[in-house]
Design a protein around this ligand. Structure first.
Ligand code: ZN
Length: 135
């Protein structure tokens, strides 16, 4: 969906922190933000230093900046009149979380392979046989 480069940005991404951040928004903002996200209003998402930048289409396009601070947590800024923690920030973070799910699946695959590449019966056959004969 978005560039593969996003994988790098997720190296230190904490899903729980991200969820806690947007779940803290008021109910109306969350509902509108969820609708934006489901309608595909997030048309651009990219990694920037310390966070993500997204464009959310609406009556006018809003540019959302999501910044991660190790001590303060997530900060969401938007170019709409609300400025911070608005429905666009919510939609943008949902898009980040959706991308993170895809990236996590991708990164799991290579890790699962090496253990299976060597057949279990390879090597050690004669040793196992002679020890069972000894008893
Ligand atoms: Zn906004």
């Amino acid at each position: 969906m978005f560039a593969d480069r996003m994988n790098d940005a997720f190296a230190e991404f904490d899903r729980d922190e991200a969820y806690a951040f947007i779940e803290g928004f008021d109910r109306a903002t969350r509902r509108r933000g969820q609708r934006h996200f489901q309608m595909g209003a997030v048309t651009m998402l990219k990694a920037i230093p310390d966070g993500f930048e997204a464009i959310v289409e609406g009556d006018y396009d809003s540019t959302v900046t999501l910044l991660w601070d190790p001590s303060d947590g997530w900060l969401g800024e938007c170019t709409c009149p609300e400025g911070i923690d608005c429905e666009h920030v919510y939609a943008a973070m949902q898009a980040v979380l959706a991308e993170h799910s895809v990236a996590a699946v991708r990164s799991l695959r290579p890790k699962a392979l090496p253990g299976k590449s060597r057949p279990r019966w390879a090597g050690g056959w004669t040793g196992a046989r002679s020890s069972s004969c000894a008893s």
